[in-house]
Design a protein. Structure first.
Lengths: 112, 111
């Protein structure tokens, strides 16, 4: 049974049109991460939540926002997607930040 | 200097070969270390955690050298199914506790 679920698996959006990606977890983990992964590159951390505390990476563009309304759900909002935002977006959870992370299957975003 | 560095490869090895990957990390406060495997267009999956004493899981052996700040992964008797990207993951530690990925090492096992 999937423990970290991302929806949708594939998302096509228009240039400049806001899009929201979702992630849910059944593990009750307190840390949730959003990573962006482009082709042949490592996953790049955008931000993470430690419980309700939001931690933004210094180089994450303002175009990317996140919400975590409760323990189980976390959303990634891209306010005005550009062509350069096309990537795989990976959600992960962990219990504390010193333990292994469990990943969802990712959402592959295409911007047209 | 990158926080977590790996040789991107590719490592092209024949079936049955032994192959080793190294990874260096910059933050001496890091406490946790992992190797993940990622297949093409799939999500990363935990291969093994890395403990100070070193650990082994079948054909896979992971070791940690805190003094030199590197971790290693050894794969013995390589199988075709081992072909994937191997990602070194380190928790940053300190006040900013998060998981940081290396760039990954691509392994191609050939018949």
């Amino acid at each position: 049974d999937a423990m970290v679920i991302q929806n949708p698996r594939y998302q096509v959006t228009q240039f400049g049109k806001p899009v929201t990606l979702s992630c849910s977890q059944t593990l009750n983990h307190n840390v949730m991460y959003w990573y962006q992964q482009k082709s042949s590159q490592a996953p790049k951390l955008l931000f993470h939540y430690y419980d309700k505390d939001f931690n933004n990476e210094a180089d994450t563009p303002d175009n990317f926002q996140s919400r975590r309304p409760n323990t189980s759900f976390c959303f990634l909002d891209i306010r005005s997607p550009g062509l350069g935002d096309a990537a795989m977006y990976l959600c992960a959870t962990s219990q504390g930040a010193s333990t292994e992370a469990f990943f969802g299957q990712g959402t592959r975003l295409t911007v047209v | 200097r990158k926080e977590v560095e790996q040789d991107p490869g590719p490592f092209n090895v024949p079936e049955g070969a032994t192959v080793a990957f190294n990874c260096t990390y910059s933050n001496s406060a890091s406490q946790s270390f992992f190797w993940y495997r990622q297949d093409c267009r799939k999500e990363p999956k935990l291969l093994m955690s890395v403990y100070s004493s070193g650990n082994e899981d079948g054909r896979f052996t992971a070791q940690l050298n805190r003094a030199s700040q590197y971790i290693s992964l050894l794969i013995r008797d390589s199988k075709l199914s081992d072909s994937a990207t191997y990602l070194c993951v380190v928790n940053k530690g300190g006040a900013t506790n998060k998981l940081i990925f290396g760039t990954g090492t691509l392994l191609a096992v050939q018949p």
